[in-house]
Design a protein. Sequence first.
Length: 171
Amino acid sequence: MDQQLRTADLHEAMSDALAGARSLRLQGWVAEECEAAALERLARHWPDGRRGDVPKPDGAAAYLLGRSAAVDELRRLTRWRRSVHMREVPFASDDRRDDFDPGCVEPGFDVVEAVADLGRSVSRLKARDQFIALALAAGYTGREVATVLRVSPSIVSVALRRIRQKLSWMT
């Protein structure tokens, strides 16, 4: 019974970790590599039953574990592609060109880095300020954010000014 329960927990944690990796909305072989990295990291952090002091990851922890593993794998893959100056990985090895073409740099890497930096910076703020900063970063207007929070737009603009000050002091 205990083994069955542990297996069920593991399957649930695996699906949560895969959901975290899939939240990046990648496609093709890159998505497969990121999902594999998420499962590998979950396997490293999942308790093997011999040590009772290691807590098992819950659903949210498994999701975040899978997402962070996928982001790390995406960074690793993008760094490799930049170092060999190619847009896509070829099926067969080809002679590498030594001339650098700036058009070959993958545009999505900067976006992933910017989102990761924003997440790290915003995590230091209060919950309401986090919501305001992330909603504005997602493209919502101050008026829309104010409507959701049921406050006046001037309160959102004052909060945004305060958020900018806090983030400039933290960096």
